[in-house]
Design a protein. Structure first.
Length: 298
């Protein structure tokens, strides 16, 4: 298997990361503990080596995360010697800025937007780098590398700047900021092949493990304390793994026996279900992701 295209993607992403460091005064890298943000952080480490990553990492903590993700986050940040900032959705709820959803399908996923915008404003960050990829979802396919946000943190897909010859325009007015997506041109397969190539340690939750789960609307969910089961739902133990990691309440689990990176790559090559096909937050409406992005979501 030829992997030269991975080095081309790596070089492109490193170029974007260095452009961010050169053009903006206070950039930040959004870190969720998922594979895309892990790869992006690894790229940032390579981009500025032997110096440290010149911007902090920002995790928006819903309070309903998988414990494996939080454990990995803390160990990874310490290993890199990076600075971590945590924005808390629970704090936003306690301050009355957002109202927690109730019911069987309640999720804190959408509430992250307010916490994110408040945190960006508090620290005066003028560029927030995210691990979104264009192949993930139709709304994300509309993003440029440098994605302008107005003073309210909102995104207008019709107001995107041209990026001919990878020349990026980071000029903005007071109060505005940019979202930057260094791995826009990567696919899910590229990400996993790169993780294998670079031998990047990953959270254990990405590999097959036994977990108590329940089924809802054809999807398996983790039976964690934050999940409220319907009377017709029952908890069983299954061999599962995460294909994409988000808030526990919206992350579907995949029945799998993939115990290695090679197994995961083979599994992805054979599947016909999209990566975000296991994310219930994308199923709330036909335009769920685009609506959230216009409000300031990742």
């Amino acid at each position: 298997m030829k992997l030269s295209h991975l080095r081309e993607l790596e070089a492109e992403s490193i170029y974007v990361l260095r452009e961010v460091a050169a053009q903006f005064e206070k950039p930040v890298l959004l870190f969720s503990g998922g594979k895309d943000s892990i790869v992006m952080t690894h790229l940032a480490y390579k981009a500025f080596y032997p110096g440290k990553i010149p911007f902090p990492l920002l995790h928006i903590d819903t309070g309903h995360n998988f414990q494996e993700t939080i454990t990995y986050r803390d160990e990874f940040v310490e290993k890199l010697g990076a600075t971590l900032i945590v924005g808390s959705v629970q704090d936003s709820i306690d301050q009355g800025k957002v109202v927690e959803e109730t019911g069987f399908n309640a999720s804190r996923n959408k509430l992250q937007t307010t916490t994110l915008l408040d945190t960006l404003e508090h620290y005066k960050f003028d560029a927030a780098m995210g691990g979104a990829r264009r192949d993930e979802e139709k709304a994300r396919a509309k993003e440029r590398f440098f994605s302008h946000r107005d003073e309210f943190g909102q995104w207008d897909p019709k107001n995107q700047r041209p990026e001919l010859w990878n020349i990026f325009n980071g000029r903005k007015n007071m109060g505005e900021h940019f979202r930057v997506f260094p791995i826009s041109n990567w696919t899910e397969m590229d990400v996993w092949q790169y993780i294998l190539l670079e031998n990047i340690p990953m959270p254990s939750i990405y590999y097959t493990h036994n977990r108590n789960v329940f089924q809802r609307d054809g999807m398996w969910y983790a039976a964690e304390d934050c999940m409220t089961l319907k009377p017709t739902e029952s908890v069983v133990s299954k061999r599962v793994r995460c294909r994409t990691i988000g808030d526990v309440s919206c992350t579907g689990l995949t029945l799998s026996e993939a115990n290695s990176l090679e197994d995961i790559i083979a599994e992805i090559a054979a599947t016909r279900v999209t990566e975000r096909g296991g994310r219930s937050d994308d199923k709330r409406s036909e335009s769920a992701m685009e609506d959230r992005k216009k409000e300031g979501y990742f």
